[in-house]
Design a protein around this ligand. Structure first.
Ligand SMILES: *[C@@H]1O[C@H](CO)[C@@H](O)[C@H](O)[C@H]1NC(C)=O
Length: 393
């Protein structure tokens, strides 16, 4: 009996091994070192990366760009699609930007995937070495516009898995004009004082999932700007940073809305904000609806729950009008922890288009071991369950 059972198992086992080897041989792999890249951290490897990309992208079969271990100095890399087949970009190394921030800072993008469909980017570290650029900005000297570290624009069916990104000049990861994008287990790190170093910035994109990640930065951990639709964010550790934000919105009168967003099972530590919706106080056709923030822990967060329709950082260039962005159907549920300011919940909505359909459920936020306070203006909805601070709607 024993042999009758184990014999078919052995056949299945060998078939699996056979197919695994066979399928990995079937995928041509374009190793950047074959095209001259040296992992010495000094030799400019930009051309080698672009050569490997164009060969992989032109391959009729599924193809891989492979970056072996090592440190590769690269300037602006634009990986253009569309490609002939599915691409895997596997990075076992570290990409570093040149020490002189002008080398990448003028184009707006350091590493850009454009018009690529069906791509998986696995692993690796990218380090834009942004510190010199930030100090240029802080001194108010003449600086380039600054580069985003890794961007996906006009891409569909993207997986970005296991990336580590350090010290971007500008935003770390952007997803613009794209759909069906999964970002998993990302690690992002920049100092808390680094300007405009958003962790992940999404705009005009639909079907974006961010699951698992640790984001420490000087601006929003994740920002969902105009036209972000069907977004799911879970298991993110945010801090330091400015929290997870929808906005800023109302930049333009004619703006796409934000809808169907869920942020869940995440932890905020020493962030300026927790979950936030921010709009400038000026006319706009933008809107926010169908948003759920739930199962969140706040550890010493400045503004754990905040809707700010008079957004104007540093009091510079405030429009001082009334925000036209209509906010409706927003739920805050099961949000617990500590606030570092007395007003742990601020719902400051527009006088010309009030917030409607807000739902608060089981909120417990303390300030210096006592109850925190809440502030509401033009906010309408209902509350249930534990409410600390009290419901002010
Ligand atoms: C809302 O977004 C989720 C992904 O987060 C998606 O699965 C769902 O289908 C979307 N709902 C609608 C009505 O589009």
């Amino acid at each position: 009996m024993a042999t009758n059972i184990s014999f078919p198992c052995a056949i299945i086992f060998f078939f699996n091994v056979f197919f695994f080897i066979n399928s990995s041989h079937a995928m041509p792999s374009f190793n950047v070192q074959r095209y001259g890249a040296r992992g010495d951290g000094r030799t400019d490897a930009t051309k080698s990366f672009l050569t490997a990309w164009s060969l992989a992208c032109g391959s009729r079969a599924r193809a891989m760009v492979y970056v072996p271990r090592g440190t590769y100095l690269v300037k602006n890399l634009v990986f253009w699609g569309p490609c002939k087949n599915i691409i895997t970009f596997k990075n076992d190394g570290t990409l570093v930007a040149p020490a002189n921030y002008w080398d990448i800072g003028n184009s707006g993008y350091w590493i850009l995937f454009a018009k690529v469909n069906r791509i998986s980017v696995y692993g690796g570290t990218i380090d834009a070495r942004g510190a010199g650029y930030w100090s240029c900005r802080k001194k108010g000297s003449h600086c380039p516009q600054g580069a985003r570290s890794i961007s996906f624009s006009w891409c569909n069916n993207v997986l970005l898995s296991g990336l580590t990104s350090f010290n971007s000049q500008n935003m770390h990861v952007t997803v613009h004009h794209s759909s069906n994008v999964r970002i998993q287990n990302i690690r992002i790190r920049a100092p808390s004082g680094s300007p405009n170093t958003d962790g992940i910035h999404i705009q005009s994109s639909s079907g974006v999932t961010i699951s698992g990640g640790t984001i420490a930065t000087g601006d929003d951990c994740i920002a969902l700007s105009q036209g972000s639709r069907n977004v799911w964010i879970e298991r993110v550790n945010c801090g330091p940073g400015h929290g997870i934000s929808i906005g800023s919105l109302g930049d333009y009168a004619n703006e796409e809305g934000v809808q169907n967003v869920t942020v869940t099972s995440s932890v905020f530590t020493k962030t300026q904000n927790g979950v936030r919706i921010k709009t400038w106080a000026r006319p706009s056709r933008g809107f926010v609806n169908n948003v759920v923030f739930r199962n969140l822990i706040m550890n010493n967060v400045g503004n754990p729950v905040i809707i700010d329709q008079n957004y104007c950082p540093n009091g510079n260039g405030c429009p001082r009008q009334s925000s036209g962005v209509k906010i409706s159907g927003v739920t805050f549920a099961n949000i617990k922890g500590t606030s570092t300011t007395p007003i742990a919940m601020k719902l400051d909505c527009s006088g010309s288009s009030h917030c409607t359909g807000l739902r608060l459920q089981d909120i417990k936020l303390t300030y210096m071991r006592r109850s925190s306070a809440s502030y509401c203006r033009n906010a309408h909805g209902r509350a249930s369950g534990v409410m600390v601070p009290r419901n002010c709607m």
